[in-house]
Design a protein around this ligand. Structure first.
Ligand code: 5AD
Ligand code: SF4
Length: 467
């Protein structure tokens, strides 16, 4: 895929970039009293990038606000994984344009994230959306303060087509004081044929293990109880460096003593026995694994470039279940990949019947420009795809409820994170196995891991009370 190459001339020297990381150089009075509205779509990687964006804005004096109205700067952090992202972005821009024309002609409108890396999106913004002030790519977040300080009335597009090196000491304004994301790797080299991520996030780059451990230790000092190691494909961690394997990294992180360690996302291809044994061995590595299946038919898996067969996936699944006590496993499934037959789809249902996932994220295949699958002919109509999705969801929800019902009457450890959105007399938190629990009687226990008796189960959550 050809990506925006609009201003590679902006590439700065290493020294300049190192300067950018010294946040002290920014004057937090520059935009004092001005407000930013930051909207985030997509995966955990985007959520964590938004924590960096927020920190950079606040280093200039901006304060956050949760509406477009009243903001001086709006930023949309976009996701490109499916086509509907396009409608979301341009719907959002419509609202921003209205606000700029009607109420605040000085409103700065900015777009970043995976869609910003798409050439067609940049072209559309440059030709049809002149009111957008700034577009910056996934590899350009470190420039944010400078881009805003240098802003004039000309639309700025700052998107590197190629990933840079891995930087350390990135500032974050973390959403939680209890659990934290920790990047261990950026980008992805797997090039599944349907997926745009390797193009928008670049090739795999792992962070040095010593830097990751340093960050985890700092988080412990700051009182964090849980870290989630973040990457598109964490199992392949370190393969691009002369560093330790993911299993060894997990072990090092567990040894820091942080009460809870999680990781997302795993690809079945790199899931080693060493990893399974490490997860089983350490109590503070949570028994929860997100193991994307994508499809149950080996021929579709081959077309997807997934590098495993149905049988290999099930073998791995069973090994994980057998070795890690009480493990919960969730998955991602795509229906309606080009030319997926009824037989192929039935095989997906068969795998779901066999694996009985704790839960699953299900999607209709969405062609992404520039990926190999987008060029494949497809004879399956949308109605069939929608019916398959409904059938799959019904089955997935049945197993989610069954899995959740097994918890009723049991006592489980829950990390209480805050008051429930719907009912402020309750709190919410997650079990080791990543089940969401609404808890009665824990309002003064936020930020603690407590024993909770499960009283009821629904498909997507549990109810419980403090023991
Ligand atoms: N169409 C539909 N779903 C997709 N995913 C990734 N690319 C596509 C696409 N083109 C799904 C995969 C992946 C999850 C994050 O999004 O299931 O695991
Ligand atoms: Fe996309 Fe495949 Fe990489 Fe996951 S492993 S980010 S699905 S290319």
């Amino acid at each position: 895929m050809k990506l925006p190459n609009l201003n590679d001339a902006r590439v700065r020297t290493k020294n300049e970039i190192e300067q950018i990381y010294l946040d002290q150089q920014y004057d937090s009075n520059t935009f004092k009293g001005q407000k930013y509205f930051l909207k985030t779509y997509g995966c955990q990687m985007n959520v964590h990038d938004s924590e960096e964006i927020a920190a950079r804005l606040e280093s200039l004096g901006f304060e956050s606000i949760d509406t477009i109205e009243g903001a001086d700067l709006v930023i949309m952090n976009t996701c490109a994984i499916r086509e509907n992202a396009h409608d979301k972005l341009f719907g959002f821009l419509g609202r921003c344009k209205h606000e700029k024309e009607k109420n605040n002609k000085d409103l700065i409108i900015a777009i970043c994230g995976c869609m910003a890396q798409e050439e067609s999106v940049c072209n559309e913004i440059m030709t049809k959306h002149k009111y957008v002030d700034l577009v910056f790519g996934t590899h350009n977040i470190h420039e944010l303060q400078d881009l805003i300080l240098e802003k004039n009335n000309i639309q700025t597009i700052s998107v590197y087509s190629k990933e840079g090196e891995v930087y350390e000491n990135i500032p974050y304004k973390r959403d939680s004081k209890i659990k934290a994301w920790v990047n261990i790797q950026y980008g992805c080299d797997k090039f599944c044929t349907y997926c745009i991520v390797p193009y928008t996030r670049g090739k795999q780059r792992s962070r040095k293990s010593c830097e990751i451990i340093k960050e985890v230790k700092r988080l412990i000092e700051d009182g964090y109880l849980e870290v989630t190691l973040l990457g598109q494909n964490v199992n392949a961690y370190g393969k691009d460096l002369n560093d330790i394997s993911f299993a060894q990294l997990l072990e090092e992180v567990a040894k820091t003593g942080i009460p809870r360690v999680r990781f997302v996302t795993s690809h079945p291809w790199d899931f080693s026995d060493e990893m399974i044994e490490t997860i089983a061995k350490y109590e503070n590595i949570m028994p929860y694994i997100h193991l994307p299946l994508q499809a149950g038919s080996s021929s579709i898996l081959k077309l997807m470039g997934r590098r495993y067969t149905k049988e290999e996936y099930i073998e791995l699944f069973n090994k994980i279940k057998k070795t890690i006590p009480n493990v919960s496993i969730t998955t991602d499934i795509i229906v309606g990949f080009p030319n997926e037959t009824d037989e192929d789809f039935k095989e997906t249902l068969e795998v779901v019947n066999e694996c009985k996932y704790d839960s699953a994220f299900t999607f209709i295949y969405s062609p992404r420009e520039g990926t190999p699958a987008a060029k494949m002919e497809d004879s399956i109509d949308m109605k069939t795809k929608e019916e398959r999705l409904q059938q799959l969801n019904k089955l997935v929800n049945k197993y989610s409820l069954e899995a959740n019902k097994k918890y009723v009457g049991k006592t489980v450890k829950v990390l209480i994170e805050g008051l429930s959105d719907k009912d402020k007399t309750k709190t919410f938190g997650y079990t080791d196995t990543m089940k969401l629990v609404n808890v009665v009687g824990a309002n003064n226990m936020i930020g603690q891991i407590v024993d909770v008796v499960i009283t009821d189960a629904k498909s997507f959550s549990l109810d419980g009370e403090i023991k």
